[in-house]
Design a protein around this ligand. Structure first.
Ligand SMILES: Cc1cc2nc3c(=O)[nH]c(=O)nc-3n(C[C@H](O)[C@H](O)[C@H](O)COP(=O)(O)OP(=O)(O)OC[C@H]3O[C@@H](n4cnc5c(N)ncnc54)[C@H](O)[C@@H]3O)c2cc1C
Length: 716
């Protein structure tokens, strides 16, 4: 409402300006015609004239009316150089800031909502370098000032910054124009005031801060190399430390674009994902699902039967699965691709040299023009008293440990309510273990919306997991052979007995033991990089879990492309990592897949969204498959079909999400999904139906009323 009031006031003011022909006075001829009168008036009432002129100037600039240049000349004519400059400098800046604020008030929210994801990069750039860009735009009198005011109002630049940079940036131009105004009689046209030479000089001054910032950045970067002596030649174009998802893809891209690449891995090729993460966990989940379906065979018209299986065989199958995938990441494969693969521990010696403590006992040093650190992350072990005494497992150790068991542990405690904790809890419960899942927060999967967390908790509980939220682990205790996790809940302590304890409370980037400290490469929770994935040393890059902010195989591979391409061709062109559309899936049953915003994040970020839901229970294929639990939830810009985020809870949700990931990445809205044929009967139809729900909610009611009347009339 307030916005409409402001628009009305502005509309009335601008209309009055044109209807009353006020524009005739704001021309060179107009000012010349009243010059003598203005000078007399100023002599009679200097303060009144000064304030009136000041107010008029502010109004013209704030309303973005043409005539500011002529008013600036008039200031020189009426008030002389010094006072003219003072009056115009403040009036023009105040007017510009008002225009900026009005544009921000009226349009910014809708622009940010509509193009929010795409504007993120611009907003970040504005935060970092906005003042420099604004200064350049202000100084070079080629850019229409009113446009600058309006456009910058739509960005995230701070009002204070906008004000002072505008005032300083416009000063030189103001002086030139006000000075010209002191000799108004000699001016025939506004174009005479600023010669092309002067424009060029302004442009040079305008670009100066930007160029000097680049030079300072360059100097800063080169200063970090000062203490090191650079090799005259290099053994390699690229050395990659770590052969997990990020390292493998970096090396692959390196050789694909004909660089000489060495890949160093201290443990197992394939890193976490292949050996301890995605692959074994998904193999486990599959066996658990088959066991679950056997147990609930009556859901499918079969006999419900307690599945008979050997735990050892289930774990052995997981090993076989890993072994089957292994060749994709093997030394042989990468060697055949042209990568030199070295088994050993890498350590940075200087910004170009890596020392390898080879697994065969030899030590070797290699120099490289560029280095990609892809050292990954390891499970976080919380400092719980008594932990070492009772013994614990993590994703790194549980596979080998369980594979050696003939019988599974009877009572399993899993600490952590994140994706890994949930996947393991459900899978082991389905395989007949008694599982307690302990989470200190109010709900599991806390990054997801409340309804999603609730559904996950219900699914896990139905499978027999004792999901204990708001239970904070305090310590571990041993009583003879019995082991306990002591937890705090609502002020009381209770002991949860276990035979095995799995820690799944997050994973921390590997930051020690390979030279980051010696080189002074800054680290926080991960290695600190810029948007090109460069560390403090521009030739050393980081990708994957060690760089964050995500901890997924697909994001590690995504970053690896940027790291390797920037490492090898960054001198010519560098690419900023694109984090705009990042999907992920938690592989419990039903799966939970998400891309972009959910309701929780939208509320935190104060972004207005429209929520459309389609219940999977209504979907034919889900009904035939007995998999009717779940929904597709799409967040869109209110009134528009532009997708801001999607959460799917369903069987195969991770696969179903791909259509929305594509749509978001390429700016396709729900109308496009609705207009796309989906095979019947598939789960993917849910995507089309949710688009249909959205369409129904936006049906043009008046038009439909009219059409109904038309049909009624046709029947007569
Ligand atoms: C149980 C579990 C399930 C998961 N499930 C999924 C999933 O379903 N989907 C998904 O996307 N992600 C999943 N993840 C996460 C995924 O595994 C990781 O995000 C991914 O492996 C990160 O790859 P990376 O290359 O950054 O690191 P890593 O895979 O950890 O690779 C780093 C490698 O560097 C080596 N290294 C470290 N330092 C040195 C050194 N100094 N010299 C030589 N070598 C070194 C390490 O030995 C390691 O092999 C899961 C993780 C776990 C634990």
């Amino acid at each position: 409402m307030k916005k409409y009031a402001v628009i009305c006031i502005l509309g009335v003011a601008a209309s009055a300006y044109w209807l009353l022909d006020l524009d005739q006075y704001l021309t060179l001829e107009g000012i010349k015609a009243v010059q003598a009168g203005l000078e007399d008036w100023r002599n009679d009432a200097p303060f009144l004239v000064g304030f009136s002129f000041f107010a008029l100037y502010i109004a013209v600039a704030a309303l973005s009316l043409p005539g500011a240049a002529v008013l600036t000349l008039a200031a020189g004519t009426i008030f002389g150089l010094a006072w003219g400059v003072v009056i115009v400098s403040f009036a023009s800046t105040i007017g510009a800031t008002l225009a900026f604020l009005v544009a921000r008030f009226i349009f910014r929210d809708s622009v940010q909502n509509r193009f929010g994801i795409r504007l993120q990069a611009i907003n970040k750039g504005i935060e970092q370098e906005g003042a420099f860009y604004l200064f350049t735009l202000r100084l070079v009198p080629l850019f229409p000032f009113f446009l600058i005011n309006l456009l910058l109002g739509l960005t995230s630049i701070r009002t204070r910054t906008f004000y002072w940079v505008s005032q300083v940036g416009m000063l030189a131009g103001t002086i030139v124009y006000v000075n010209a105004g002191t000799q108004l009689a000699k001016i025939d046209t506004l174009n005479n005031i600023i010669s092309p030479g002067l424009v060029l000089s302004f442009a040079a001054i305008g670009l100066f801060p930007l160029v000097s910032k680049k030079v300072v950045d360059w100097l800063k970067r080169h200063r970090v190399y000062k203490q090191w002596s650079r090799p005259a030649t290099f053994d390699r174009n690229l050395i990659v430390i770590g052969a997990g998802a990020a390292g493998l893809v970096s090396a692959y891209i390196g050789v694909a674009i004909k660089a000489k690449v060495t890949l160093i891995e201290s443990e197992k090729m394939g890193g976490d994902c292949l050996n301890y993460g995605c692959v074994p966990s998904k193999a486990l989940i599959k066996s658990a699902k088959v066991a679950h379906q056997t147990r609930h065979g009556d859901n499918y018209g079969l006999k419900a039967d307690e599945p008979e299986f050997s735990f050892r065989e289930v774990m052995a199958r997981i090993r076989r699965v890993v072994a089957t995938v292994e060749p994709h990441d093997s030394v042989e494969r990468y060697t055949n691709l042209g990568v030199e693969v070295v088994a050993g521990h890498a350590r940075l010696v200087d910004p170009w040299t890596v020392e390898i403590q080879q697994n065969n006992g030899e030590t070797r040093r290699l120099t490289s023009r560029a280095i990609v650190i892809a050292a990954g992350a390891r499970p976080f072990v919380p400092p719980l008293p008594g932990l070492d005494e009772v013994g614990y497992l993590t994703s790194d150790t549980l596979w080998d440990n369980f594979a050696a068991l003939n019988k599974p542990p009877k009572r399993l405690v899993i600490l952590g309510g994140g994706p890994i904790g949930c996947e393991l809890s459900q899978a082991f419960a389905r395989l007949g273990l008694e599982v307690w899942q302990i989470e200190k927060e109010v709900r599991i999967l806390g990054r997801e919306d409340q309804d999603v967390s609730q559904m996950a908790k219900a699914s896990l509980s139905k499978d027999g997991v004792h999901v204990m939220t708001e239970h904070k682990a305090l310590r571990c205790e041993k009583d003879g052979e019995q082991k306990f996790l002591v937890v705090a809940h609502q002020g009381a302590e209770l002991r949860v007995e276990f035979d095995a304890l799995i820690l799944a409370v997050g994973r921390v980037a590997r930051l020690q033991g390979y030279g980051l400290e010696a080189l002074g490469i800054p680290t926080e929770r991960t290695i600190v990089t810029n948007e090109y994935l460069q560390t403090l040393y521009p030739n050393i890059f980081a990708a994957g879990d060690v760089a964050g902010p995500y901890q997924f195989t697909h994001t590690a591979a995504h970053q690896a492309w940027y790291a390797s391409v920037n490492a090898l061709f960054g001198e010519f062109w560098k690419f900023k990592v694109d984090y705009l559309v990042i999907p992920w899936t938690t592989f419990i049953d039903p799966e939970i897949a998400r891309v972009g915003l959910n309701e929780q994040e939208a509320a935190e970020k104060n972004i207005a969204v429209e929520v459309t839901r389609f219940g999977i229970n209504d979907l034919d294929r889900a009904i035939t498959d007995g998999a009717t639990h779940g929904f597709v939830k799409v967040l869109t810009v209110p009134g528009k079909d532009r997708i801001l985020g999607v959460t799917i809870v369903s069987e195969h949700a991770g696969d179903l999400l791909a259509e929305f990931v594509l749509a978001m990445k390429h700016g396709l809205g729900l109308n496009k999904i609705l207009g796309t044929l989906h095979t019947y009967p598939t789960l993917a139809e849910a995507n089309k139906y949710v688009a249909g729900e959205w369409k129904r909610a936006h049906a043009p009611q008046r038009l439909l009323c009219f059409i109904e009347k038309y049909h009624n009339w046709k029947r007569r």
